[in-house]
Design a protein around this ligand. Sequence first.
Ligand SMILES: [Zn+2]
Length: 228
Amino acid sequence: MTNGAHHDPVTVMRRAVAALHAELTRYGLVAWTAGNVSGRVRRPEASGDLVVIKPSGVSYDELTPESMVVCDLYGRVLDGGLAPSSDVAAHCHIYREMPQVGGVVHTHSPYASAWAARGEAIPCVLTAMADEFGGPIPVGPFALIGGDEIGRGVVATLRDSRSPAVLMRNHGVFSIGATPRDAVKAAVMCEDVARTVHIARQLGTPVPIAAEHIDQLYDRYQNVYGQR
Ligand SMILES: [Zn+2]
């Protein structure tokens, strides 16, 4: 392999997306094969961007960079011997409609999916939620898998929200980010706050955070926090 092939953007994204699936199991977000990560490879407009996504039905232990599937933005397989995740249409719809999105994650993580099963948004009652989500984590519509109905519901819900995660009704979580890693982080944080707020509900009523404080926390975390 030449150095050029080693560093070509599709190869780099295959490695990143394959490795990030280990975070889904590490944080307890997935059972069996029900969860997937994808990443966008940006290309000149004439060529069209590519999507690197998990193959369908392959266990997380067996995922390799080579087994990732490369599609166009319409889910047509361009490279890979396996079928893409059954959620590929939703991922692709999100990439087509939200050009700023570079990574998408889908899970049925248990606490977040419990909120989705009730069709209830997670209220913003923790500073960590204000930081990451800038408000409640919203609920998206019920949608059947297969076409782009799920993708349309995700986009319609997230377009008007600061939250990078949505609870799709009766289903589970879709999260987005500038990179696949950011989308995985949003999925992990979504499950974390879903669990904590659930626990808080068991013994009483969580106290809301004032809108102005949510704005201040969100602004600080998004613009000041961390290594610059
Ligand atoms: Zn699902």
